[in-house]
Design a binder for this molecule. Sequence first.
Ligand code: ATR
Length: 283
Amino acid sequence: MTPSSLQASAVPTACVIGWPVKHSRSPIIHRHWLAELGLTGDYVRHPVEPEHAADFFANFAGGPFIGCNVTVPHKEVAFASVAHADAVATALGAVNTVWLEDGRLMGSNTDAEGFIANLDQLAPGFDANPGAAIVLGAGGAARAVIWALQARGFAPIHVVNRTRDRAEAMAERFGPDIRPADWDDLPALLPQAGLLVNTTSLGMEGQPPLNIDLAAARDDLLVTDIVYIPLETPLLKAARSRGLQTVDGLGMLLHQAVPGFERWFGRRPVVTPELRRLILADM
Ligand code: ATR
């Protein structure tokens, strides 16, 4: 090995694993923070096929990574693979951030924290008087959002989903304040709610739009979407033209990256407008 390649292999490197993972923006985020904070380190995409995910985690302590983010479809395998999962990851049954402690694989889930931190930054005080909320969708992303809203005192949380069983599974997981509902129930639910969150893939580039009638909404309804491609989804556009406050989903992606970076590289980074612009320029 030449001195320069020795040096290269000594750079502490984290990664994002998923399948596929080539569209992940995480390397842009983490490399921006490394440069901004003047730290030595790197962050790369690491594609792992589903049949190899369990092996990846089983061999993690052998290197070469100091930690990783975990994205679709590996979050549940990661949860099953870590020696210890923190309270949020345990509640969600999914791990998106992994690191080593004394050679043991540790796991956390930062999606809920990312969702809330985005609202705290862009709609401060959104939970000053938490009441009823509406969550559209009942997949993995909805789980993190529901956990976060419960932690901030929202109740009841109406979970609107095409497949009723999945909304009912949310009530089993999170308790009686979670109320399964159908899309047809929305007009009756809207006048009660102070917060509406889309966690479905509807409105995402290449997916059908999410068209809902917001006429019955309260004037103080806050509308947020976890879809961020495009940044202004049809839902957010409709909400704005109805005069409602909106928060887009890009910040959730940025904020969920903060705790992992801090664990791996030892400094807590900040989500700035500059970082938002950097990601938007890449879209
Ligand atoms: P994620 O982990 O990202 O949340 P997911 O588990 O596949 O992804 O969940 C996607 C969510 O979008 C689900 O709530 C799904 O509804 P179903 O549970 O009925 O499948 C919702 N969704 C996706 N496409 C939809 C569509 N065309 N109409 C209504 N809901 C849709």
